[in-house]
Design a protein around this ligand. Structure first.
Ligand SMILES: Cc1cc2nc3c(=O)[nH]c(=O)nc-3n(C[C@H](O)[C@H](O)[C@H](O)COP(=O)(O)OP(=O)(O)OC[C@H]3O[C@@H](n4cnc5c(N)ncnc54)[C@H](O)[C@@H]3O)c2cc1C
Length: 466
């Protein structure tokens, strides 16, 4: 197998975020034509996204496989440890180390970098691979008939397939499902996303120890309806700070604004009772972005009735804001999708491949979304007997010299991690092709052969009669 599709077709990808750009790279790798339409201009993007993103091994290995390891490592730090503390008091609860063996088996690394850095690496790779990326281009409507997209400028573009990688306010999701599922879901907490200059932290005696850990460490604070995560990033000398707090007031809605530019004081007002180091970090932080954290129910239809439009990334399976696996699920989607379309020989296969994509991805994504929701609950558990038990269990493990989340090859955690991080997106698509795709092709070929045979027999009968 050359890896390139026998038949190449035209894709329009709506949204040039992580999912859209990864999709463009992956589709170009198998030979298809791709146009990406992104509403923000390059200048807007640089101004907007300024937080940190974590790439777990299941995604870093896909990006390495696409030849992006060198570029990513230039902008990232590689982490292998986590330290847990109490949000309100700063009490040290324990540590967790990802064992080298776990990382080796999964084939990737834990990378921390700026969201804008990741986006730039993907953007450059998409252009280098031959995709056309039109920034500053807003899509106002889409239709599976055609299929076509209409731009804010009034221009209409046609393609063979439309991919909706347009995030939580997706116009493609709206066209397929008939409503915006994310917008309708109630919000449960607020997520603030900001960065803190490394130089300012190192100059502060209370914050300087964050830079003196023996290995690169992610810091997690567990609080009463609040939580925080901080980690050093590669590239620019900065720490990322993620903060989850309760909604400002029950029933009050806040605007989503990943772009940032929010008043720092607003974030600090939401801190509640918190330990002095966190308070200091928020005093030194850049203007944050604020996003609503929603628990969105699974979206049932990812493919439109004509079998020509599909959604992926946040548009298909929204995760709580700030999730560890947010970027990872978007890249895995792209890898599976393009691998399916590497088998394209005939336009009749398009609808089958779009439905196969949903079949292959929906259980994996639903399970990861559920895990992320549980993790967030664990981090923000309200004060009470359950929270006390959680903290006691972790303290006991630390007292025995163990990792707070257990570990070792015999543990349950090892099994879960193997499943989560060991997932190979492209293998999943290849397995589907071998199990189902080829069978369908052969069945179709057999029925065509039989039809041809019957036609030949009919013709020879006619000849005989004549
Ligand atoms: C500006 C921005 C900054 C972010 N910063 C961080 C961060 O610092 N840390 C973190 O963990 N996560 C961040 N995220 C979220 C993260 O990117 C996602 O959780 C995850 O990576 C999956 O991304 P996605 O590509 O599916 O969706 P998104 O990242 O939401 O990307 C969707 C893209 O589609 C574009 N789009 C939407 N509607 C239209 C339309 N009608 N026409 C054209 N284009 C459209 C959007 O502008 C956006 O670029 C950010 C998201 C955005 C949009």
């Amino acid at each position: 197998m050359s890896g390139k599709a026998e038949l190449t077709i035209n894709f329009i990808v709506v949204g040039g975020g992580i999912a859209g750009l990864a999709c463009a790279i992956a589709l170009r790798r198998v030979g298809h034509h791709v146009i990406v339409l992104e509403q923000y201009s390059d200048a807007d993007v640089l101004k907007m996204s300024h937080g940190g993103i974590r790439l777990p091994p299941n995604v870093s290995k896909v990006l390495f496989h696409w030849g992006l390891e060198h570029e990513l490592r230039k902008l990232s730090i590689t982490s292998s440890a986590m330290e847990v503390e109490i949000y309100e008091t700063g009490e040290f609860i324990g540590t967790h180390r990802w064992e080298e063996e776990v990382l080796r088996v999964t084939g990737g690394d834990f990378l921390f970098l700026h969201h804008v850095g990741l986006r730039q690496v993907l953007y450059n790779a998409a252009i280098a691979a031959g995709a056309e990326v039109r920034t500053g281009t807003t899509v106002t409507s889409v239709s599976g008939e055609g299929p076509r997209v209409t731009l804010a400028s009034g221009e209409t573009l046609l393609a063979d397939v439309i991919v909706g990688a347009d995030g939580c306010s997706s116009v493609v999701q709206q066209a397929i499902v008939g409503r915006n599922v994310s917008a309708a879901a109630p919000y449960q907490s607020l997520f603030y996303n900001t960065t803190v200059p490394g130089a300012l932290m190192r100059a502060d005696p209370q914050l300087a120890p964050f830079f003196k850990e023996p290995v690169e460490t992610m810091f997690v604070w567990l609080g009463n309806n609040r939580s925080a995560v901080a980690f050093r990033m590669g590239g620019k000398d900065e720490f990322a700070l993620h903060l989850w707090v309760p909604p400002r007031q029950k029933g009050l809605s806040d605007d989503d604004c990943w772009g940032g530019g929010l008043d720092l004081k607003e974030m600090r007002r939401q801190l509640g009772e918190c330990e002095p180091r966190l308070l200091k970090m928020t005093k030194l932080a850049a203007t944050p972005a604020r996003v609503q954290v929603k628990m969105v129910p699974p979206i049932e239809d990812w493919v439109d009735e004509h079998g020509r439009m599909v959604i992926m990334g946040e548009a298909a399976h929204p995760l709580p804001a700030g999730s560890l696996q947010g970027g990872a699920m978007a890249v895995e989607d792209a890898a599976v999708f393009a691998r399916l379309f590497s088998h394209l020989r005939d336009k009749d296969q398009i609808s089958t491949f779009l439905h196969a994509f949903q079949d292959l991805r929906e259980d994996r994504c639903a399970s990861v979304v559920h895990t992320e929701q549980c993790n967030l609950y664990f981090q923000m558990m309200p004060a009470g007997p359950q929270q006390e038990q959680r903290d006691q269990d972790m303290r006991a493990k630390t007292a025995q010299g163990e990792s707070v989340f257990g570990g070792g090859e015999a543990s349950e955690q090892w099994e879960q991690l193997k499943e989560l991080w060991g997932y190979d997106a492209e293998d999943e698509a290849d397995d589907w092709w071998v199990k189902w795709g080829l069978l369908r092709e052969r069945a179709k070929q057999r029925s065509l052969d039989m039809e041809a045979e019957m036609n030949t027999t009919r013709l020879s009968c006619l000849h005989l009669r004549a």
